[in-house]
Ligand binder design. Sequence first.
Ligand code: SF4
Length: 288
Amino acid sequence: MDLKQSFVELLRRAATDLSPDVENALKQAHDREEDGSPAKAVFRTILENVRLAREQSTPMCQDTGSLIFYIDLPVGEKEEYYINIIKEAAEEATKKQYLRPNAVNPITGKNSGNNVGINAPYFHFHQWDKGEVRVRLMLKGGGSENVGTQYKLPYGPVHAGRDLAGVRKVIIDAVYKAQGLGCAPGTLGIGIGGDRVTSYALSKEQFFRKLGDRNPDKEIAEFELSLKDDLNKLNIGPMGFGGKTTVLDVFVGYQHRHPATFYVAISYMCWAFRRKTMTIKNGEVYYD
Ligand code: SF4
């Protein structure tokens, strides 16, 4: 097994091959819209773009996003080993034009040209008891990242208190303010509780769930579904052209908070919902 080439392949798949759950949700959204409507035309264009990207192995969007890796390692494996190989793979994937160079020094404004820089790619490592390595990759577009936000409850402008009703109000507020920016239809990852940083981290990790997956907590599962219904009544639609689908799904996670704080982090993923998983087991590589 050539591990570097396996990571290049992971990056290629993430950038060019939209996962079936997202493509199916986009097809269903297309079918729900009225014939001749702008929304139907937008979905048709998105789906055609998805097909061409897969067939031609070209990025499905010109912004191939920031590279965010969540890696689960067996005991004894070294993080540095994976970091170095993935950086080499990112450089090669950029040369092959699976990725646009998206790592810019914030002080000098200089693009590194290869998607490698300080904290780029970004790595979250966890140790686990299994004997296999799991690498989950997300390519996070800049436009959709810009409409992500965080609220501190209570939040006066929409009368949101420190309860689930308040959480619902700020999520609707965030999607209403986005008004299609971030390339709707979006999928929301919500992190309730924790501190400033961990609420965002929790919200983003929700994106590794498959569309249609529900939180094991029944109350939160119902909350996810009812929020999705409410958000789709906003009539913002794909790219803000109006329509029946503003979000493809809503994923909510929660964690304990400090008594004095109540954060709600909202991460927004655009229609180009790119994430792939690679598992390394007994010397073989599997992709999902
Ligand atoms: S928000 Fe998503 S679909 Fe829109 S330009 Fe960025 S990566 Fe592409």
